[in-house]
Design a protein around this ligand. Structure first.
Ligand code: GDP
Length: 350
């Protein structure tokens, strides 16, 4: 799973990329993207780690790509941009809501729409080319279903609606999967605000953009990348005091990482022991047998049973022995749908 960070130039993308991944590659060189893994902070992993005191603690991770800013109307920047966006599974759209000397006044609503418009145009372009090709094809009669679907999608785009808003039946969903559309990708918007905003100050069009995003069912997080960067440079102790003073319960970057994970439909199950406490990433709806395969294909193949404990039970009782005593320990079969926070030990034949 890959998360692409997109936005206009100079909105704070690289700053956020560095905060998410801890990497310091600096500004992108022309035509390049940077990729690194971001750790998904998780208080449950912290707790399990304090309980088992393992040699190693492993958090869930997501691959993050810093994509060069799109300069609207500039063809060359657009092709690098679009190629990178096509590869991403989800998009973190960073929008500038802070003023600075270089960029001047802010226009979050306009900026958001400018970039979305480019994504719409790219999809429209793809569709029009495909329609043309089908119309010229001798076997056109065998492709009428696809043609009708493309016309329907084209209409939506012409009304400036993203393809994710179009209702599709099963057959249409299967057809659309052969295309790499951009406006079908899950998106999360990060409004990069001035730190004043976190202590109650407002900015231009704040209400408008937030209600627009709510209306479109796009999750939104307000973050001050500038302030987050300062926080990230503090010691743990200083961090706590500073955040308390700012009235923050957790760094915004943690919120982004978590929202992205959820937006991608991902959940975590845990394995625990003296050796390692580890969060494993699976898609919602994954069966126990498939989840076992995340750890090793041998465990999936030889799957017998999953021994499952709810995170909450272990959190309250503080030991596996106590959980077993209370009968809160379950044996599940291969078709069990793993839940977020399950602590699992797999039994398998070698
Ligand atoms: P990118 O071009 O979108 O990758 O943006 P960068 O992360 O490189 O940031 C562009 C410039 O904006 C840099 O000079 C940053 O220091 C500055 N910047 C980023 N975030 C903030 C912010 O929240 N507040 C202010 N005032 N400046 C910021």
């Amino acid at each position: 799973m890959q998360l692409g960070i997109i936005g206009l130039p100079m909105v704070g993308k690289t700053t956020i990329y560095e905060l998410l991944t801890g990497n310091k590659e600096g500004k992108l060189t022309a035509g390049k993207t940077n990729t690194a893994m971001a750790r998904i902070p998780d208080a449950r992993v912290d707790f399990l780690s304090s309980l088992f005191n393992p040699r190693r603690t492993t958090y869930a991770q997501l691959e993050v790509v810093d994509i060069p800013g799109l300069v609207p109307g500039e063809g060359k920047s657009a092709s690098v941009f679009l190629d990178a966006v096509r590869k991403a599974d989800a998009l973190l759209h960073v929008v500038r809501a802070f003023e600075d000397e270089i960029n001047g006044e802010i226009n979050p609503l306009g900026d958001f729409e400018t970039l979305n418009y480019e994504l719409l145009l790219a999809d429209l372009d793809l569709i029009e080319k495909r329609i043309e090709r089908i119309n010229a094809n001798k076997k056109k009669n065998q492709m009428l279903k696809e043609l009708a679907l493309l016309e329907k999608l084209k209409k939506a785009l012409e009304e400036e609606k993203p393809l994710s808003s179009v209702e599709l039946d099963e057959e249409e969903t299967a057809i659309i999967q052969n295309y790499q559309f951009l406006t079908t990708k899950p998106m999360l918007v990060c409004l990069n605000v001035d730190e004043k905003v976190l202590s109650g100050s407002d900015y231009k069009d704040r209400e408008k953009i937030i209600s627009l995003l709510n209306h479109k069912h796009i999750p939104v997080v307000e973050v001050s990348a500038h302030l987050e960067k300062e926080i990230s440079e503090l010691s743990e102790e200083e961090k706590e005091i500073f955040m308390q003073e700012m009235g923050l319960t957790e760094p915004g970057i943690v919120k982004i990482a978590r929202s992205m994970y959820a937006r991608l439909g991902l959940i975590s199950f845990f394995t625990v022991g003296e050796d390692e406490v580890k969060a494993w990433t699976i898609e919602k709806g994954t069966t126990a047998k498939k989840a076992a395969g995340k750890i090793h294909s041998d465990i999936e193949r030889g799957f017998i049973r999953a021994e499952v404990i709810d995170y909450q039970a272990l959190y309250e009782l503080k030991s596996i022995a106590a959980v077993k005593e209370k009968g809160l320990f379950r044996l599940e079969g291969k078709d069990y749908i793993v839940k977020d926070g399950d602590i699992i030990h797999f039994r398998f034949n070698v």
